[in-house]
Write a protein that binds this ligand. Sequence first.
Ligand code: ADP
Ligand code: MG
Ligand code: ZN
Length: 478
Amino acid sequence: MGYTAVIGMEVHAQILTRSKMFCACSADYAGAPPNSHTCPTCLGMPGALPTANKAAIEATIRTGLALSCQIPPFAKFDRKNYPYPDLPKGYQISQYDLPLCRDGQLTLRTDAGEREIRIRRVHLEEDTAKLLHQPDATLIDYNRAGVPLMEIVTEADLRTAEEAGRYLVALRRILRYLGVSTGNMEEGAMRCEANVSVRPEGTSELGTKVEIKNLNSFRSVRQAIAYESERQIEVLEAGGEVHQVTMGWDEDAHRTVFQRSKEYAEDYRYFPEPDLPPMVHDPAWIAQLRDSLPELPASVAARFAELGIRPEDAELLAEDRTVASYADSALSTGAEQGIDATTIANWMTGELFRWLSENNASIDEIPVTPESLVASIALVENGTINQNVAKNVLAEMLDTGRDAASIIDERGLRQISDRAALQETVQRIIAANPGPAEDFRSGKQAALNYLMGQVMRETRGKANAGLVRELLQAELDG
Ligand code: ADP
Ligand code: MG
Ligand code: ZN
């Protein structure tokens, strides 16, 4: 019997605000000495009262709007009680039955076409303190306690580890476009839990789910889901049953490991937070937030794809706002000069992205403007330099910030398209290589590439490759 996996994701993202969620402490605690960003409120001292951070509420609602959520006019905070040392108050201020945003969706492009992933809710809460386990003690750093945190929960609509990974990438892209979170998983600014169950193919009843925590990278999300769904299938195949538990992903052992039995909502003894008033939103304010959303990545990618750019490349170019705006400028400059959008996209996703990743640089740091990138592409299009020379020229432009034309002139890189001169070289190469010439004549296509290589070497890579091929063929056939 075949099985399918059913996956729902819960993602926590730290919100980029200046102050914490319920006090005036700075939320930017990276690198600060432990416990230096604290006050009576975020330390949970008796009598200290919370005040809600409006910027965090706004960021959460903007995220909900970007995920096509409903924003109910009324929302409130609730206390979620649990006795861990990372919670100074003994409870976390969160949202239970009336979240800020609900019933949204995110469209994923997958190999099986477009998939709608329903978003159940986006709510706002506070982050916990950080526990640092030592061999003989556990230290607590409260700098993180009270940092605004949003939680984005999907319906159980994901079906494969790959889809779950794509969902996270797409979600992070939206968070970054909105500027509401860095989305950096390595730094813990975005953390996720995957809920996984399996069921026989063709059935619709949900199986018992296991929740997996400690997923600190896209890779571990994919690996943990793949591992856990296989594990559950094996349990069921052997006649056993899956227990509803919380597991962790052990990166080293490469397996999911039991952490604790599942806790249920009643374990948390939720009740409305009495120290904060409920939120009643002015519809005009929500409308204003909706109007102020930037163009979202899906729309940017769709615009690029309409220009004929392959959907996967369009998505790469829409990956982040600075890349997208660079691409926008390059594409419009290119269009003015009659250069295909696909040609520009190929240069960007190929040479440019490679250089960026090799140099660990981001596009807003490079000295090559979209206009000068297009100018170098135009030199290939009009035959001034060939493709391979252009790659080297672009790398030098990126290294030095110089423009293409001056590099080409200084190094004498202009393409040789002089038919008579090339014909002379071609004849000389054929005469000097009677073996390969004979091989080609007797049907060995590969011999032509060898001869092309010789001509290119002779011309120090500057010959017009199309013309050389044509001349070689004519000489050898003739
Ligand atoms: P819990 O009370 O354990 O947090 P919820 O019903 O609130 O469970 O769901 C949490 C997440 O688990 C959601 O993303 C939801 O879509 C997902 N989920 C719920 N049931 C299943 C299931 N049977 N299989 C996979 N995912 C599930
Ligand atoms: Mg849960
Ligand atoms: Zn504080």
